[in-house]
Design a binder for this molecule. Structure first.
Ligand code: AQP
Length: 331
């Protein structure tokens, strides 16, 4: 039986955080042997906010090396750079004609980013979910493993797939978000009701996958908690709950187990334990990433093979779409 298809991506728009790792990449690794997986470096999404071109190019390769260092196996999945597959932009245009301005302007990320980048509210920022829908639908993906913040965008992709299928006949697989419990929403260490983000201006708010052990320990030591000194998960204790959540996601334990482990201990103990756990996991990833980055030829080969595989699949879907909408494709 054919394997089900999985698509996901991360933008090379900054240093990746442990949120990106827990919410996305770690789950991709688990899925690669069971599913046919397409994992992209979403550089076309990244330019919806201003990027420095040389930095964008450098980060693209760093992200590719990080994918591999986290355990993605190019024999088992297609790793590629989004802009190398022209069908992403082509399908976006077609989907734009069935996407409504009203639904796009209501997206939480569009509203947040419009506020954060008030001087640059460009069309791409608003069209971000349509490009993301094209990314997913091009590969006929059944599952999209993402963090909780991306659920709304996968829902738009579903709506567009259903709308297109209803208007033009069965064309797209209707995708489902795959949001695994545990690491789905890692929060800022400084404002624990907000998600941890790679573009946060406060470097103490996010733990980056590139952070050395000292920085990791320091950031957790400074993490915002509360004053009752009780280590338990509760909506009224977002800071402590976030630390426990991170600890459990990295250790693979339940909240109850963690609460028992820290019963009678203080916040200092929890912060140290989380910091050490995180540093132990990310430090071998950093070493592996460095090794891979030193071999540019290998990296280029991986991305070329991934792009070839992605191109084939994307071309098949786009040609079907063009036929359905009535575009002349030659005789
Ligand atoms: N804090 C988080 N917790 C769990 N999952 C997260 N993800 C991101 N942050 C968390 C998941 O990582 C994947 C890739 O994210 P992205 O590159 O689309 O964007 P981002 O990291 O979420 O970036 P921002 O903060 O919105 O904007 P930039 O890049 O401008 O800083 C997704 O699956 C996401 O859910």
């Amino acid at each position: 039986m054919d394997k089900k298809i999985v698509y996901s991506a991360v933008q090379p728009s900054g240093n990746l955080t442990i949120g990106n790792y827990l919410g996305a990449i770690r789950n991709w690794v688990k899925m690669q042997s069971e599913y046919e997986c397409f994992y992209a470096i979403a550089n076309m999404h990244a330019i919806t906010v201003k990027q420095e071109p040389a930095e964008l190019r450098r980060r693209t390769l760093e992200l590719a090396a990080l994918y591999l260092a986290c355990g993605l196996d190019p024999e088992n999945c297609a790793l590629y750079v989004q802009s190398q597959i022209p069908q992403h932009a082509e399908l976006t245009w077609t989907l734009n004609t069935i996407a409504y301005v009203g639904e796009l302007s209501r997206m939480t990320q569009f509203k947040d980013k419009s506020q954060k980048h008030a001087e640059n509210i460009n069309m791409g920022l608003m069209d971000y979910p349509v490009l993301m829908a094209a990314d997913i639908l091009l590969y006929q993906a059944q599952y999209v493993p993402v963090g909780a913040d991306q659920k709304q965008h996968v829902e738009i992709a579903r709506d567009l797939a259903i709308r297109f299928n209803n208007r033009f006949g069965e064309t797209f697989t209707v995708p489902e978000p795959l949001i695994l419990k545990g690491g789905a929403k890692i929060c800022s260490l400084q404002e624990p009701t907000k998600k941890m983000s790679k573009s946060d201006e406060n470097p103490n708010a996010s733990v980056y996958l590139t952070d050395g052990k000292d920085d990791v320990l320091r950031k957790f030591r400074r993490a915002v908690t509360d004053s009752d000194n009780e280590i338990r998960v509760s909506d009224e204790k977002p800071g402590v709950s976030n630390l426990i959540n991170i600890y459990c996601a990295f250790r693979g334990c339940t909240t109850e187990e963690a609460e028992r482990e820290f019963a009678g201990k203080g916040y200092g103990d929890l912060k140290l334990a989380v910091g050490e756990t995180v540093a132990d996991v990310i430090s071998p990833i950093q070493q592996e990433q460095k090794k891979i980055l030193a071999d540019k030829t290998y990296l280029a080969e991986v991305l070329k093979a991934g792009a070839e595989k992605a191109y084939k699949a994307a071309r098949r879907t786009l040609s079907k779409v063009y036929r359905k909408v009535g575009f002349y494709q030659g005789e």
